[in-house]
Design a protein around this ligand. Sequence first.
Ligand code: TSB
Ligand code: ZN
Length: 602
Amino acid sequence: MSVEEELNASVAYTPLQRMRHSAAHVMAEAVQELFPNARFAIGPAIEDGFYYDMELPRPLTPEDLPVIEERMRASIAANHPFMQSRWKREKALKYFRDHDQPYKVEIIENLADAEVGIFEQGPFLDLCRGPHVESTGKIGPVKLMRVAGAYWRGDEKRQMLQRIYGTAWFTQQDLDEYLERLEEAKKRDHRKLGKDLELFMISEDVGAGLPLWLPRGATVRRLLEEYILDLERKHGYQHVYTPNLAKLDLYKTSGHWEHYHDSMYPPMEMESGEELVLRPMNCPHHIQVYRHKMRSYRELPVSIAELGTMYRLERSGELSGLSRVRAMTLNDAHIFCTPEQMLPEFKKAVRMIERIYQDMGFKQYSYRLSLRDPNDKEKFIDNEQMWQQSEAALRQALKELDVPYYESIGDAAFYGPKLDVQVANVLGKDETISTVQIDFTLPERFDLEYIGEDGQPHRPVMVHRGGISTLERFMAFLIENFAGAFPLWLAPVQAVVIPISDEKHGDYAETVAERLREAGLRVEVDNRHERMNAKVRDAQLQKIPYMLVVGDKEAAADSVAVRLRSNENLGAVLVADFIRQALQIAAERSQELWPASESQPA
Ligand code: TSB
Ligand code: ZN
């Protein structure tokens, strides 16, 4: 949030936000008592709480937070009124200069107003538009959550400040429930589960935002790749392989270098003088594939697809596990079609995405129509007619699809508007998974053609489409959505065979595992010299769907004692029956691990 946005947002605060904003002032008051030389920047209410940015003589530690909290409680108990006044600009400038508050001075200098708002509570005075609660006693239970670094005005070239995040609620019960929700969310956090379940890692030696997929995560990824390639083949997509590098000129022609520059790595200069870049998008490569021969209207639409690896220079502060990375592989496709085919193709792409979500068992997602910001000529191609035409086309497609959606200004691609499919991550933040985009720009810039029925050259339209998004972001979402307990068809290890005694039943366990593997199931044998119960518990923690316990009885009857990761006990099942049942559940991509009627409580 920019300083100006913060100042404007405060006017529209809800009662809860207003109270949180007051809590931010009380937090600043407490910090000032501890550090009389603290310099304050901004302190808005945000979703779920508030923060204040400040410059302090030393870095804060987690141990500082309870101390600050304690002082906040004292101020709340003292019930100081919040007193509002309006000062002439000059008076305010002088006051904040005299009190060594350069950030406040800079904010005032950027304000056009002749007068500024001042709020005072007890010993603390702040530049502020309000509104606030009447007095500090009206502030509900507060908790300080964490300290983070934040650049002044979000600008990496300016002072690094310390930001304390806090939360405040009307009642203790609200606060407790919120903290509980956070705890629950933490358990689903893909960064934590990615580590616990050995799915992926980030190595400092490799670099930030450059994830490494561990064997189990790689297995899930391969299954997703096979799933999506198969689905695309059925929809007539043609798969290609293209390199991750290209000449810089290619991206000058496409417009990426001009409009997408901030997300691109600096070019590499070759001895020949040629400049190469890591690609931030796959479109220009697919355009070359389209162009490798003359196309007739008869072969359109041409859908060129690739699991295309690409690189984006995301800001380090924005990187997060697998969901925002710098090296990623997109389930990408570019559909080249006639203008008449554009709407049907767009709709087909959306329908295919709906099919994917159904197969995955995702129920909560929403459609976002992402439009350009007409005032931002740097980020978006400056071509009024193109934007009008493509936005109208998109709206028409949405109308025909009859799906609910909301609009977002400024989230379009530089070359055209998009329909984005949004999901919420565990932290409640919205993220784009799938996307379908209409593009009249790149066909123009690359002078693309097809020969029409009239024998004349015509310009095709492009539909860019990301089905399951990047495998990285999709995996992050999958992990959080299932809290790591993947449905059978995606589970990296589907069953673990557990011999009651590793000495006596180890051989039988191996035979069972061998038969299951032969049938195409992913199976491990836990032959550690451990108690059976410990092995069952470990497998449950690893969220492995089935634990197949084997002892004398099972060996004699050619069976396994089946236990689910939920701890449900199914009793003895013939090995052949288990294989048949598991294969069927996987083939159906069922979310269940066993037909309900056949299971019994543990
Ligand atoms: C769909 N040219 C199009 C393509 O043809 C394109 O690249 N669109 S995109 O820029 O919107 O990116 C496609 C998808 O990649 C996004 O919808 C998002 O789900 C995913 N994505 C984008 N940036 C990142 C990132 N830094 N980390 C992980 N996934 C990302
Ligand atoms: Zn594209």
